[in-house]
Each structure stands twice: as structure tokens, then as C-alpha cells.
Design a protein around this ligand. Structure first.
Ligand code: ATP
Ligand code: MG
Length: 446
């Protein structure tokens, strides 16, 4: 008996993987609808790929010597068939895989976008989670700096649409493979001179991926990184022309930027343009979006050589920023809460609620919490708490008279006073509510 009474232990979610609770849903929906309308305005098409991919896609696509592949991937063996699988840590490789697999590029370039959860085994902290969300775009089949400029302009438009000011753009060029190779020789020689001062990560990368030493987050290495040979000094005419082409379009569109010679990005597949959008309002996790050109990737994943560029933005970081800047949209309740008492009233309440929904109104129908009929008073409390604009009230009297009670629940009119309950003929209810709502929204805009 005592065993049965013992309360079961509460379960909690996985560390670094967060629930989005209803109180934040408004903010997520505001962000998602703003971003979708921005993407539509540039002619982007949505693509949805699975959350799980073959591990090989990421080791080949992202590069073996990167934070992600070295230590951040959630990889596992499928117990049923032994396949090596990974929860996607990013989505560019998967979008490219899909585009190649389904021959999406056969009739020319494609502008694609995605949104969804990504998974990286990092130390959870503000703005850094193990499951987080990215919105991203991939412009596949475009070689010129005009495509780079367009995807950057898209970010600026999104910041404007969201009301976010002060997100700064940094750009750089990683040049072409042979230019990076020439730079690499000098960079290694330089880093060898400072070998004793290098940290574990930098020592390990010295010969495998020395460029990555430049974007170290270790404060002790900042001076060494700052004074290292700059890749930009190794760029040839073609790379410089591309970089200048981008800058020309950005300037013509009044997009301020700074050139950051140490901006190299974490992933191996980038070439030519790279960029980040950075805020100083989120502490260390200040990069809200990052991207660039990844011309070598499509061939690397088995497709025909195809130029491409894209970006990914961290949704949680942008939402944090919206909260920080107090740009959270106001919570909106639904239009109507239907209160009813008695069997006949309940049957009629269902019919009325469906009829109101037919006209486009959002309606909550009172349902009992414990199976018993609640008093009008307690139902009205729920109606008030729901944030609905109106309560529609049905009892025995209303059923007998063919009427309904209508009570405004929010402050109505300039005086801010709630007006009283009115009796309305049941067949006039829809018209009455719609007129009342139009009148009160006119009031608000006055
Ligand atoms: P960082 O240097 O901060 O680790 P990154 O180079 O790993 O960033 P990208 O792979 O370029 O990041 O991802 C693009 C964007 O996704 C980042 O700029 C950031 O806004 C977001 N992001 C990346 N990792 C996380 C994470 N673990 N939690 C939340 N957002 C993230
Ligand atoms: Mg990272």
C-alpha cells in the first residue's frame, strides 16, 4: 500500500535542450511569420530535410578538423541495422545532399530556405544550447557577388522588419583554394614561432587547420591572431574583384560593414565571401547570423561543380535580442469564450461556437475540468483569464428566449470602462460580434 502511494519521480528534459513554453509562443510566431514574409519577398522556396542524416554527410561536408565534427555531433549507431547516423548539427550539407539527390538544379539555380532544430553537444550557456534552431538560406547555382550581396540584404531587411537596430555586419574574403594554400605556408611558419604560447586547440590545428587558429576565442591568443599574416594579402585579381563587387553593392544599398581579416568561419567548405552579423547586447554569444560562399561543397558531396552561398541564423539568439530590446509583441487572447449551463445550453453552445469559427472568429468553448458542470461564476473567471474579448453566455433562460448574453471582457472604448452584458437574439450574434469588434479596433487606432 505504502509503495503505491509513493509519488513517482518527476522527469526532466535533456540538459541544453529547451521547451518553448506557451508564454513564448507569441514571440516565436512573430519571428517566424516575419522571417517567412521576408523570404517570400525575395522569391525563396522552402525545403525540409530530415533531422537525422548519415554521419558521413557531415564529416565529408563540414570537415574533419572543425569544432562540430571533432566534438559536437550527436552520433549513434542505429541498433537495428548498424548505420552510423547523426542528428544534424547544421543544415547546409543536408540541403545540398537533397538538391543533388533529387536533381533540383537541373533547370537552373535555386533559392532555398529552411527552419528547424539543430543539435550540437556544447556547454550550455546563454545563447548556446544543445538543441537550438536555425533559419537558413542557400542560393545554389549563383557564382557572382550579386548573390552574396542579396543574401546579406535579406538579413538587413529582416532586422528592419523585426525592429532590431545595431546588428553589425562584418565581412571577409577567404579567397580561392590556391590562395589559402599560399597563405597557409606563411601562417604555419608564423604560428610555429609562437608555438609555446599556443593553447591545446591551436597546437592541434597548427598543421591540420591553421586558419581556424585565427578565430580562436581564447583571449590569451588574441595578439598572436591579430598579428598573423592576413589572408586578404594573398588574394589574386579574381578574388579581389569578387570581394570588391560585393562591397560596391553593399555601399550602393547603404549597408554599413567592416572588413574583419580574422573572420574565417568554423566550417571548412567556405571560400571567397564570408560574413557575420554581430550584436554587442548578448555577451559572448553575439553572432546572430553567419554565412558565406561555399563553391567547393556541391562537388565535394558528389554533385556537378556548382557555385553557392548562404547563411544560417540562430533563432534563440535573435529572440533573446528581441526580449532585450523589449520588442516582444503583446499577447493576444482569442475573440470569444463561450460560457454555458445546462444540457440544452451546452448542445447549443457547440453549434454557436462552430458557427462563429465558420466566420473566422477564434473561440474557446468552456469545457469542464472535472466532468461536473461549473457555476457561471467560475466559468466567467476562466473567460476573464483566457484574455478573450467577449464572453458569450448561454443558460436555460437564453435557450427559452432564443437569445444569448454577450459581455465584453477587455477594456472597451476611450474611457477604459468595461461595458455591461447585453442580450442579443441568437441569430444576430455573429453580426453583433463582428460589428462590435470592428468598432473597438477603430477605437484603438483613433
Ligand atoms: P559559434 O562561434 O558561436 O560557436 P558557429 O560558428 O558554431 O558559432 P554557425 O555554425 O555558423 O555557428 O551557426 C550559425 C548561427 O547559429 C550562429 O551564428 C548562432 O547564431 C547559431 N548557433 C550556433 N551554435 C549555436 C548553439 N549551440 N546554440 C544556439 N545558437 C547557435
Ligand atoms: Mg560553434
Amino acid at each position: 500500500m505504502t509503495e503505491q502511494k509513493k509519488k513517482l519521480e518527476k522527469l526532466s528534459g535533456v540538459k541544453g535542450m529547451n521547451d518553448v513554453l506557451p508564454q513564448d509562443a507569441q514571440l516565436w510566431e512573430f519571428f517566424e511569420s516575419t522571417v517567412k514574409s521576408m523570404l517570400r519577398s525575395y522569391g525563396y522556396q522552402n525545403i525540409r530535410t530530415p533531422i537525422v542524416e548519415h554521419t558521413q554527410l557531415f564529416t565529408r561536408g563540414i570537415g574533419e578538423v572543425t569544432d562540430i565534427v571533432e566534438k559536437e555531433m550527436y552520433s549513434f549507431t542505429d541498433a537495428l541495422n548498424g548505420e552510423n547516423l547523426t542528428l544534424r548539427p547544421e543544415n547546409t550539407a543536408a540541403v545540398v545532399r537533397s538538391a543533388i539527390e533529387h536533381n533540383l538544379l537541373y533547370d537552373g539555380p535555386k533559392r532555398l530556405w529552411y527552419v528547424g532544430p539543430m543539435f550540437r553537444h556544447e556547454r550550455p550557456q546563454r545563447g548556446r544550447y544543445r538543441q537550438f534552431h536555425q533559419v537558413g538560406v542557400e542560393a545554389i547555382g549563383f557564382a557572382g557577388p550579386d548573390a552574396d550581396a542579396e543574401i546579406i540584404l535579406m538579413c538587413q531587411r529582416l532586422w528592419d522588419d523585426l525592429g532590431l537596430a545595431g546588428i553589425k555586419l562584418e565581412i571577409n574574403s577567404l579567397g580561392l583554394a590556391h590562395e589559402r594554400a599560399a597563405h597557409r605556408v606563411e601562417l604555419i611558419a608564423y604560428l610555429e614561432q609562437h608555438q609555446d604560447a599556443l593553447d591545446e586547440d591551436a597546437k592541434r590545428r597548427l598543421y591540420t587547420n591553421p586558419l581556424r587558429v585565427l578565430d580562436t576565442k581564447n583571449p590569451a591568443l588574441q595578439d598572436i591572431a591579430r598579428n598573423a599574416p592576413k589572408l586578404i594579402d594573398f588574394l589574386g585579381a579574381e578574388s579581389l574583384a569578387h570581394f570588391e563587387g560585393l562591397q560596391r553593392i553593399l555601399k550602393a544599398n547603404n549597408i554599413p560593414f567592416t572588413i574583419n581579416p580574422r573572420l574565417v568561419r568554423g566550417l571548412d567548405y567556405y571560400n571567397l565571401t564570408v560574413f557575420e552579423w554581430i550584436t554587442d547586447k548578448l555577451g559572448a554569444q553575439g553572432t546572430v547570423a553567419a554565412g558565406g560562399r561555399y563553391d567547393p561543397l556541391i562537388e565535394q558531396l558528389g554533385g556537378k561543380p556548382t557555385a553557392a552561398c548562404g547563411w544560417a541564423m540562430g533563432v534563440e539568439r535573435i529572440l533573446e535580442l528581441l526580449k532585450e530590446e523589449q520588442l516582444v509583441p503583446e499577447e493576444e487572447g482569442c475573440d470569444v469564450y463561450v460560457v454555458h449551463q445546462g444540457d440544452a445550453a451546452r448542445d447549443q453552445a457547440f453549434i454557436i461556437a462552430e458557427r462563429l469559427r465558420d466566420t473566422g472568429l477564434d473561440v474557446i468553448l468552456h469545457c469542464s475540468a472535472d466532468g461536473a458542470m461549473a457555476s457561471f461564476k467560475s466559468q466567467m473567471k476562466r473567460a476573464d483569464a483566457s484574455g478573450a474579448a467577449y464572453a458569450v453566455i448561454l443558460g436555460d433562460d437564453e435557450i427559452a428566449n432564443g437569445t444569448v448574453g454577450v459581455k465584453p471582457l477587455r477594456d472597451v472604448g476611450a474611457a477604459g470602462a468595461k461595458s455591461e452584458q447585453q442580450t442579443v437574439a441568437a441569430e444576430d450574434l455573429t453580426e453583433f460580434l463582428i460589428n462590435a469588434m470592428v468598432a473597438s479596433s477603430d477605437d484603438e487606432t483613433d
